[in-house]
Design a protein around this ligand. Structure first.
Ligand code: SF4
Length: 437
């Protein structure tokens, strides 16, 4: 039945930041549009793009071809491109894909209703990649009823040489404390069980705020006003991981014992060219402090192999770092040059065959480490927040431990959105298996 409301489909590429922005886009349009998975028949299709990895970009440009075909079938559909690629190549998109009606950047999302209105009035393409939006509370249409992302800062001031995030998402900006606390309070009242605080570099939260409230203080305040049992955050920069943050990880009851702490390389020489601002020794000194304070913490990381100029020795340092850190999991990448990044000017490219070999070596090493780590959970009873039914068959469910490890388990009851206790019976490479107790 058509109730006069229109259908909105959003295709999201890339990271959690983009997924959260898509919740914001859906929230902004919720007075007129219902969300739909059916991109082909939507009245309004938004493609929220990612430019961080080369593949994401390639994916987008092949998507443009499909978008053209979609628009041919459904002439009335309004087509918008958002996210990092929109921010970077707004003009090219309009030029290469004249069927695109709206292009808005990472800091122009709040302009969307106005852009839509103007497009309705004029029929002309609307482009906005300005950087003057207010960073405050947003109307959200959240995907989950029990886990939520909360944006606490945006942009980045670090300028790692391989990265274009500071270009496409701008400089660091911290969201006002009261605005964050208000959102947390609301989520707590609605019964949310887990919140992940989002930012490119959450450890430097608070700079520029007056009075200054740093990240550990923000989390202490969040913990004090909410009854949300689990609090997490991404992403942490190793150079800004302060003693205060280590103490917060130990002392704040709702903070989960898991941390994503990207090392990127184990070679000091490469870390310097990457402009990461720390050495491998500094990194591991921080990790030791963390493990002392929170013995059951699990760590995950990002690693790049094949960075320009990476010698066998540099690679070996990365390999040794992986063995030493014993991460629960890593996001492993082969270096790919990003237009606009400083590393683009580096000439000593690692040949693709060597880069692939290095990638495979680290991948295999990490698989084995994850497997060994996961086997140590066998026989332990853990608390799980149940995500929902798993694809493994009847009475099969999946959830995550406090350490953010995926557990597949059998149960007679669908406990989605609630905590349950599970006895771990098997440790696998990517997950644990267990039975509800
Ligand atoms: S910290 Fe480095 S890698 Fe992370 S977003 Fe900022 S510039 Fe990019």
């Amino acid at each position: 039945m058509n109730n006069g409301r229109k259908k909105l489909a959003i295709v999201t590429l890339g990271c959690q930041m983009n997924k959260h922005d898509s919740e914001w886009i859906a929230g902004l349009l919720s007075d007129k549009y219902d969300l739909s998975d059916d991109s082909e028949n939507a009245d309004f299709l938004v493609v929220n793009t990612c430019a961080v990895r080369e593949k994401a970009e390639q994916k987008f440009f092949s998507l443009i071809g499909r978008l053209k075909a979609l628009k041919k079938q459904n002439r009335k559909m309004i087509l918008a491109v958002a996210g990092c690629i929109a921010q970077e190549w707004a003009e090219e998109i309009i030029e290469k894909a004249p069927d695109v009606d709206l292009v808005f950047g990472t800091r122009s999302i709040d302009k969307l209703p106005l852009m839509l209105e103007k497009f309705g009035e004029t029929g002309l393409p609307q482009v906005d990649t300005s950087d003057d939006s207010v960073y405050d509370r947003f109307p959200m249409r959240r995907v989950s009823k029990f886990t939520a992302w909360v944006s606490i800062m945006r942009g980045c001031d670090n300028h790692c040489s391989y990265c274009i995030v500071p270009m496409v998402r701008g400089g660091e900006q911290s969201r006002p404390v009261d605005s964050i606390l208000e959102e947390i309070k609301e989520l707590s009242e609605k019964g949310y069980k887990e919140v992940t605080l989002l930012g490119q570099n959450v450890n430097s939260y608070g700079m520029g705020l007056s009075p200054v409230v740093d990240f550990p203080e923000l989390m202490a305040r969040i913990d004090a006003i909410s009854s949300i049992p689990r609090l997490r955050f991404v992403t942490s920069h190793p150079k800004d991981l302060s003693d205060r943050l280590v103490s917060a990880m130990r002392d704040i009851p709702s903070l989960c014992p898991s941390l994503h702490l990207p090392i990127q390389s184990g070679s000091d020489r490469i870390l310097k060219i990457m402009n990461r601002g720390y050495t491998a020794d500094h990194y591991f000194a921080r990790v030791e402090k963390l493990k002392e304070a929170v013995p059951d913490i699990t760590l995950t990381s990002d690693v790049i192999v094949g960075f320009p100029g990476e010698t066998d020795e540099d690679f070996e340092a990365t390999h040794q770092a992986i063995k030493r850190a014993r991460y629960d999991n890593i996001f492993l990448f082969k270096y790919s040059p990003r237009p606009g990044s400083k590393a683009l000017n580096l000439k000593e490219m690692v040949d693709p065959v060597t880069a692939q070999e290095r990638f495979d070596i680290i991948l295999e090493e990490q698989k084995e480490i994850s497997f060994q780590n996961h086997k140590t959970w066998v026989g332990k009873e853990v608390s799980i927040l149940v995500d929902g039914a798993s694809k493994r068959g009847e009475n099969s469910y999946a959830g995550r431990t406090d350490q953010n490890i995926v557990v597949n388990f059998s149960s007679q009851k669908d406990n989605s959105g609630n905590f349950t206790r599970v006895m771990i019976t098997e440790g696998k490479r990517h997950s644990l298996t267990g039975v509800e107790v």
